[in-house]
Design a protein around this ligand. Structure first.
Ligand SMILES: C[S@@+](CC[C@H](N)C(=O)[O-])C[C@H]1O[C@@H](n2cnc3c(N)ncnc32)[C@H](O)[C@@H]1O
Length: 309
């Protein structure tokens, strides 16, 4: 049987050319939204140096707009060190890990608390390596969260292997509280679930050895929150989520169990100017010339346009 003809044939590139983000704000509008939405019940733009398991209990219901959570790996630091090829001299004391045997119990505890503190429109991005992915997926399954996408973050890693493939990806589980009401700003025409973002290295700088790239954290913020929203991170580490929130006119709130990281987090935040990275989403779209390089239909359109000038 012959395939049915589409009424409006899909022309690659034409849809991309006409694409506009669902929501967009100028820098001034974003700053106003940020100033207007200073949270009152619980101080926002604050990091508490305590265990998130007990800390989260005191957060109000339906409070958070977006969660970014990069939990401890559940492997001891000596293996982290060799796995990640880092010098422990620059890792602050008190690096907090969770033992492999308690990992499922720990993961179920913190993940099951998330839906309560999330607004109905909120999302959570949960990061996981593959070694404990099983426990993270099980905890999501047991919670009231709905898993929407299983995103792969692909990076260059640089750890040479002899008898196995080089690990060069991470898992990012995009979950929501209510699959009918969650906020999602489609800021790209064709956002795929594989994100290619290089890891950055900061040789010689003190840091928790697990800093996520700001581009990666900001991508979650752009797609799943509005300026002025409250972004929560139960495992702040170096404060990457707080830095990216501040740099994009979002408020932040979080926990970090290791008080030795306070100095690093405060330094990172003090060096970040409010709204530093925010660019209206329309300005980030590919130019018509970029699209023309990729799609024949757009280059035809461009030729026609220049002919008519
Ligand atoms: C994988 S790191 C987070 C790195 C962070 N995403 C960044 O970019 O810097 C996990 C962090 O969770 C902290 N942590 C471990 N258990 C915790 C707990 N129960 N409550 C709060 N923080 C905890 C560790 O001290 C560590 O800094």
């Amino acid at each position: 049987m012959a395939a049915k003809k589409r009424k409006n044939p899909y022309i690659p590139g034409i849809a991309a050319m006409n694409f506009e983000p669902d929501y967009d704000w100028s820098k001034e509008e974003s700053e106003t939204l940020f100033e207007d939405k200073k949270q009152s019940e619980f101080s926002s733009d604050t990091i508490y140096y305590e265990d998130c398991l007990s800390g989260m209990i005191s957060l109000p219901n339906d409070y958070i707009d977006l969660i970014i959570a990069d939990p401890p790996f559940g492997i001891d630091f000596s293996s982290v060190k060799s796995l990640y090829n880092r010098n422990s001299e620059f890792v602050p004391n008190g690096y907090e890990e969770v033992s492999s045997t308690n990992y499922l119990e720990f993961t179920i505890k913190w993940i099951q608390e998330l839906p309560r503190i999330m607004k109905n429109t909120a999302s959570a991005y949960i990061f996981s390596g593959w070694s404990h992915l099983k426990e993270i997926l099980e905890a999501i399954h047991q919670s009231e969260l709905t898993l929407i996408n299983h995103i792969i973050w692909k990076y260059q890693f640089g750890v040479f292997t002899k008898r196995k493939f080089v690990t060069s990806h991470y898992h990012v589980l995009f979950c929501v509280k209510n699959s009918n009401f969650y906020f999602f700003n489609k800021i790209e025409h064709y956002p795929e679930d594989v994100w290619i973002i290089p890891r950055k290295y900061y040789p010689g700088q003190p840091k928790n050895n697990t800093k996520l790239p700001e581009e990666l954290v900001s991508r979650c913020i752009h797609f799943s929150s509005k300026p002025g929203d409250l972004v929560f991170d139960p495992f702040m580490g170096n404060g990457t989520t707080a830095v990216c929130a501040k740099a994009n006119y979002r408020h932040y709130l979080g926990f970090e169990i290791n008080p030795n990281l306070k100095e690093i987090i405060e330094k990172n935040l003090n060096e970040t100017e409010l709204g530093r990275d925010y660019v209206p989403y329309k300005k980030l779209l590919p130019s018509i010339e970029d699209l023309a390089e990729k799609y024949p239909a757009v280059s035809k359109h461009l030729r026609k346009k220049t002919k008519n000038i």
